[in-house]
Design a protein around this ligand. Structure first.
Ligand SMILES: [Zn+2]
Length: 394
């Protein structure tokens, strides 16, 4: 079996012009589809020399075929996106397209299907032992529904890749772990009645926070009852509270479920600096999470694919994904952030306050901690009651 980590190279996607055209035609940049985010996240491991390391096998991204897309998505939705991809903007609200979050721009069909083909290839490559594990920065578009775009997501790459994996290995079970700050609603929905795909999502839940789903009571239906696990967290959840929930809920469920294959959607938007969310995680928690994921995978079969997901502070997201990649591929991070990359960030108008791989937790007003702790304790006890019995846990 290969000892290499496959890393999907988004340069072909970065070379496309649609996102720049979009930036020019809108008053404010799309938080996801913008040049600074796409370029800075990828340039960091590259400028840090990680992509050249012998533990990495760079892979080209690949557009999903129409048949692959249709394994989950509605044909009229796929046709609509193709059509608008060729024609440019058009009114398509029925499919959630041409909204602020899911704009239509020239080439959007290709942008949206490149992650799908790549994540399928990542899964198959890892399943067949060609790679030890794999990571695609572009992937984890967890809000995409069968016939609706939402929250920067057009096609749901992980749903399609999991379907393909299960088709090839019907006796195998999948764990989909989603620590993006937003609930993995599209992915949960796709496997809501399926006990062979366990979805576990940690996410912020607060008034008006997108997408609004992901309560502990959403546990699946029919045979899938108990196999959707939701850990909603209040704003200002910090490292300590988050980590307790991770250890109290995710670790025991994972150990008991014994998945054959694991997907981890590691959105950088639960970091304390994210402009679209209110959680307070530091880089240390991401690092701890990736080491734990690695360790848990090693206890099982060693099959892991990591997808990038969200994250709207390009600097934090770039660092988080580089930290995860370094753990995944056993490549040490350089002692300091490359100066070249700091310059590139400056070119995009982003100036770094601190230049390292760690950050200090933001000190909150003391009155917040007990409230946050209580809210998360409530969630954990609900989950003990609602889903722990499914896994034979007391
Ligand atoms: Zn997100």
């Amino acid at each position: 079996m290969s000892h290499k980590t496959a890393l999907f190279n988004p340069e072909e996607l970065l070379a496309m012009q649609g996102v720049d055209d979009l930036d020019r035609s809108r008053p404010s940049p799309n938080p996801f589809w913008n040049r600074a985010r796409l370029e800075l996240t990828w340039s960091l491991p590259k400028m840090a020399g990680m992509t050249e390391h012998s533990n990495i096998e760079l892979q080209p991204m690949r557009e999903a075929t129409r048949d692959e897309l249709l394994s989950f998505h509605d044909p009229s939705y796929v046709e609509t996106l193709e059509l608008f991809s060729n024609m440019g903007t058009a009114f398509a609200s029925r499919f959630g397209l041409d909204s602020d979050e899911c704009p239509v721009f020239p080439g959007v069909q290709r942008y949206a299907s490149l992650p799908v083909g790549s994540v399928i290839d990542a899964v198959m490559g890892v399943a067949e032992g060609r790679f030890k594990n794999a990571m695609s920065y572009m992937g984890g578009f967890h809000h995409a529904m069968e016939s609706k775009a939402a929250g920067f997501c057009y096609y749901n790459d992980t749903v399609i890749a999991i379907k393909k994996y299960r088709e090839r290995y019907p006796e195998k079970r999948v764990l989909y772990l989603d620590t993006d700050v937003h609930h993995g609603d599209g992915t949960q929905m796709a496997f809501y009645d399926d006990p062979n795909v366990l979805t576990v999502s940690t996410h912020e839940m607060s008034m008006g926070f997108f997408p609004g789903t992901g309560r502990p009571e959403e546990i699946g239906v029919g045979e899938g009852k108990g196999y959707s696990v939701n850990i909603p967290l209040p704003p200002l959840t910090d490292d300590f509270v988050f980590w307790n929930a991770f250890e109290d809920v995710i670790v025991p469920i994972w150990l008991s479920y014994k998945p054959d294959f694991v997907f981890w959607e590691v959105g950088g938007d639960a970091h304390q600096s994210d402009p679209l969310a209110d959680m307070m995680l530091t880089y240390d928690t991401y690092h701890r999470m990736s080491l734990t994921v690695r360790q848990l995978v090693q206890l099982g079969t060693g099959k892991l694919v990591v997808v990038g997901g969200g994250g709207y502070d390009p600097i934090a997201t770039a660092k988080i994904w580089a930290i995860v990649l370094s753990d995944l591929a056993d490549i040490p991070l350089p002692p300091t952030i490359p100066a070249e990359w700091i310059q590139l960030a400056g070119k995009f108008g982003l100036n770094m306050r601190r230049g390292g791989w760690t950050d200090r937790p933001t000190r909150l007003n003391d009155e917040h901690y007990p409230k946050v702790q209580r809210a998360v304790d409530d969630v954990v006890s609900k989950l003990r009651e609602l889903v722990f019995p499914t896994f034979g846990l007391a």
